[in-house]
Design a protein around this ligand. Structure first.
Ligand code: ADP
Ligand code: MG
Length: 396
């Protein structure tokens, strides 16, 4: 099991005892994730290369003696909510008041379980997370995966991890109403210690890759939340669909940008509106980069992998246009520091975090210099931390 946050677990356990007068049956943990390469390609049938991170959501839970589930969120000022299987479809609580925003994620998982005929044992739960929220590290998927793990455990189920990831995605898509790809939930559930994951978003086949042992993954949260990007994200998706539609005139067999080669795009780019051509350019090159990246890792070429991360950032900034000045600055500073092999924005963009590959021996200096230089230029205190690639969701 990954290194767990014992302090948080103890806090949750104490709070649980205080509230419910008995210790929790168990604690579920589900990590956030960081994507190292393959950005904005999940909804284009491409390849992504995430790792689960050490930061995670923890849920202390027990079965509830009655029909009502009671959840308490330590991170939202100890707010509490209740629901029953009857109240779930209307997104309301047992007393008919609306579920709070944070409650939609766990309630959505329960609702999806019921939609699939799976058991949902009423639950008593107290939960908290050390994944920064809205920072592009998928705190939302970690909440879903932690509750999925709890209900999976209580129901005595034995579902494959990818099926659980699909249930969590369905909760976010159909219940919360955020339309994203499966990468986040996949990484939170299927993460493996000290490994990168490579997921083929078309076939959902996945494999494990090694990062060289002398390299650390560093995350830098710009402290610019990405929460206002929904319309721009949907617009990018539409532009990719438009590109496929227009390219099908000359390439009738393509189903997504995954099926378009670099040569074909070069040949037919002239038939696309400028912005659409730029988006397609990013996607086709990025899918190519993920193929190259796999070769780099298989041959232990960390510097080559880092170079692809740098190219990915430039492409997200110039072609896909999903960066922002703070992300660009954070990446620029990182790339100028000794020991840095690659740096780029991670997640959907418009704020959130960067991911950096740094030589172990220089990682601590890197953290200090990056924080200081970023503060000097922006007045913002970035959170910068090293994370091992962690195990996926489980009972701790
Ligand atoms: P992220 O990139 O972190 O996934 P999202 O906007 O997708 O950002 O999800 C953030 C939302 O997920 C929060 O606004 C909240 O509703 C829910 N959430 C995340 N972490 C927690 C937590 N620790 N406790 C309660 N709700 C959480
Ligand atoms: Mg999210």
């Amino acid at each position: 099991m990954a290194e767990i946050n014992k302090f948080l677990i103890e806090r949750l356990t104490n709070r649980f005892k205080q509230k419910f007068d008995h210790p929790p049956l168990a604690v579920a943990r589900a990590p956030g994730r960081v994507n190292l390469l393959g950005e904005h390609v999940d909804y284009n049938d491409g390849f992504v290369m995430p790792a689960a991170i050490q930061r995670a959501t923890y849920v202390a839970f027990s079965p509830s003696p009655g029909w009502v589930s009671t959840l308490r969120s330590e991170d939202f000022a100890g707010e509490e909510l209740t629901f029953t299987r009857e109240s779930l479809p209307a997104k309301i609580q047992d007393d008919a008041s609306p579920l709070p925003g944070w409650g939609l994620y766990p309630a959505g998982v329960a609702w999806v379980f019921l939609q699939h005929g799976l058991p949902v044992i009423p639950i008593q739960a107290v939960f908290a997370s050390d994944v920064p929220r809205g920072a592009g590290l998928s705190s939302s998927a970690s909440v879903e995966a932690a509750f999925c793990t709890a209900w999976h455990h209580l129901g005595g189920l034995n579902l494959p991890l990818m099926e659980q990831a699909a249930l969590c995605l369905e909760a976010e898509d159909r219940y919360v109403g955020v339309h994203c790809g499966i990468m986040d939930q996949f990484a939170s559930l299927c993460g493996v210690e000290n490994r990168l994951l490579q997921l083929d978003c078309r076939s959902l086949e996945w494999s494990l890759l090694h990062l060289p042992e002398d390299i650390s993954i560093l995350i830098a949260d710009t402290r610019i939340p990405h929460s206002l990007n929904t319309s721009a994200y949907n617009q990018r998706r539409q532009e990719c669909e438009k590109a496929v539609q227009l390219l099908q005139v000359n390439l009738p067999s393509i189903r997504s940008l995954r099926d378009v080669s670099r040569d074909e795009l070069e040949q037919y780019a002239g038939s696309l509106p400028i912005a659409v051509g730029m988006r397609a350019g990013h996607v086709v090159e990025e899918i190519h980069r993920t193929r190259e990246a796999k070769i780099c890792l298989e041959s232990g070429n960390a510097a080559g992998f880092g170079g692809l991360m740098n190219a990915c950032h430039a492409s997200l900034r110039d072609l896909y246009e999903v960066s922002c000045p703070e992300l660009d600055l954070m990446v620029e500073i990182a790339q100028s520091l000794p020991g840095c092999l690659g740096a780029r924005l991670t997640g959907a963009g418009f704020g959130g975090s960067t991911v950096n590959l740094v030589k172990n021996s220089q990682a601590e200096d890197f953290v200090n210099h990056l924080k200081t230089a970023y503060y000097q230029k922006t007045g913002l205190s970035a959170e910068v931390f090293i994370t091992p690639a962690s195990a996926g969701a489980g009972i701790v």
